[in-house]
Design a protein around this ligand. Structure first.
Ligand code: IFM
Length: 452
């Protein structure tokens, strides 16, 4: 079976990674603005100051989306462009930017899929306690209300949070991302809890105030354990690895997804986190568990596991010389089969791949084009696996390639290029890569041009 008739094909970006214009029109500072200013935190001292200058070039970028043939564009809103202090005064200029972007997208025949939060947390709120503050879920809900009041007459697809595992784990536990904190586990888990309540309140806000029927999801992430063989034992070992909570880490699925879909933290997680687990009320758990329309999954890579003779889950070493992207992420296409399948089997919600893609050694060749055969091969291999999961009964509704254009790769600065469109960061010249044209053809055929 091929991709369903209404399957949605798109590409994704996020505000801080592409917009630049950090001081334009009264935008408030974010934790990422401050983090980039700290010596040694971002590769090469790179910052988001200009990025792809999308704030000033959004019309050109929408024209590129149209040229490629995207059906949908997933982008995030910069909270502090809309509310410079995070709460209170609304910036008409900031809101107006997204208002016009939505109009331009619709005029180009591209459906807007809006992510409310993709890591650029307002600095003013961080200084008041950030995600640890007990009011932080309400701050997020109030911001959501402003956005929904303005955009929901045209926007129907919403995602609350992008990759909570990252902005909590990397931002508050290991500190390699903004705001750069290394908190004790109990505080990390408290922040995570507030994040989940914020998600729930935002969903309620969208449902109550959207002017058009809303289609709502969120976009967690995580490497996918791939069973070494198709034996029931190895499949079960992979499933176990995917949902197991490990002490000292927030990199798992169950701690984040069980509350959202089942209204409870996993018992195994409560046990391993022990006294560090957050105190919560039944009402908070009810708030977190709001009906959603889809589960967004950001999936890039996986690792192989099998059931060991002693019954434990054994992670296999990567094979010598296995293919890796420029950023040294293992190329593991079956991750896009097993991830959607495990999540569908456990939570039963339609799946949208909200991110998938690779960083490559891309540059403009002497002939003026950007040849990126590795990306075409990567996407082909992963999408074949996604197609296989659909054929096996997983309800897969859409796919968003990460990312529309080369951009600011967080602590890695500008050195890794994930885009379908090459960006010369000195001149801001955009060049469609070969993969963009390939992807356009794939979209027009609804995936039929993928190899068997
Ligand atoms: O660039 C990031 C994105 O912001 C979140 N998901 C992973 C991408 C590649 O690292």
């Amino acid at each position: 079976m091929a991709f369903s008739k209404n399957f949605v094909w798109g590409a994704a970006t996020s505000s801080f990674q592409i917009e630049g214009a950090l001081e334009a029109d009264g935008r408030g500072r974010t934790v990422w603005d401050a983090f980039c200013e700290k010596p040694g935190k971002v590769h090469g001292g790179d910052t988001g100051a200009v990025a792809c200058d999308h704030y000033h070039r959004s019309k050109e970028d929408v024209a590129l989306m149209r040229e490629i043939g995207l059906q949908a564009y997933r982008f995030s809103l910069a909270w502090s462009r809309i509310l410079p202090e995070g709460v209170g005064q609304v910036s008409e200029a900031g809101l107006g930017f997204y208002d016009r972007l939505v109009d331009d997208l619709l005029a180009a025949g591209v459906q807007p899929w809006v992510t409310l939060f993709h890591w650029d947390y307002p600095l003013a709120l961080y200084q008041r306690g950030g995600w640890l503050h007990e009011d932080s879920p309400k701050w997020f809900a109030d911001y959501t209300r402003v956005v929904v009041d303005r955009l929901s007459d045209r926007v129907q697809h919403w995602m609350t949070l992008n990759e909570p595992q990252c902005f909590v784990g990397l931002g508050h536990q290991t500190g390699i991302h903004a705001p750069g904190d290394q908190l004790p586990q109990a505080q990390v888990l408290l922040a995570a809890h507030r994040v989940l309540v914020a998600h729930g309140l935002a969903v309620q806000t969208i449902r109550q105030h959207a002017k058009k029927p809303a289609v709502i999801g969120w976009a967690p992430t995580g490497d996918v354990p791939v069973p070494e063989t198709n034996s029931a034992a190895d499949i079960e070992a992979a499933r176990e690895a995917y949902y197991t909570v490990r002490n000292g880490s927030v990199w798992n699925q169950a701690w984040w997804l069980d509350p959202v879909f089942k209204g409870e933290y996993p018992a195994q997680g409560l046990e391993v986190y022990g006294a560090d687990a957050p105190k919560f009320t039944a009402e908070e758990m009810r708030t977190i568990r709001q009906p959603l329309d889809f589960l967004g999954l950001n999936i890039y890579n996986g690792y192989h596991v099998r059931r060991a003779a002693d019954g434990s889950v054994e992670q296999l070493p990567r094979q010598l010389g296995n293919p890796q992207t420029h950023m040294h992420w293992n190329v593991t296409p079956p991750a896009l089969y097993w991830g959607p399948r495990f999540q569908w089997e456990r939570y039963g919600l339609p799946i949208v791949i909200t991110e998938n893609g690779m960083s490559g050694h891309d540059w403009v060749a002497l002939d003026g084009h950007v040849h990126d055969p590795a990306r075409i091969d990567y996407l082909s291999r992963y999408l074949r696996e996604l197609r296989r999961s659909a054929a096996d009964g997983v309800d897969v509704r859409g796919y968003f390639q990460w990312t529309l254009m080369d951009n600011f790769e967080w602590a890695e600065g500008y050195r890794y290029r994930f885009g379908l469109v090459h960006v010369d960061f000195n001149t801001q010249k955009r060049t469609l890569k070969d993969s963009a044209r390939w992807y356009g053809e794939l979209i027009r055929s609804n995936g039929a041009t993928l190899p068997a």
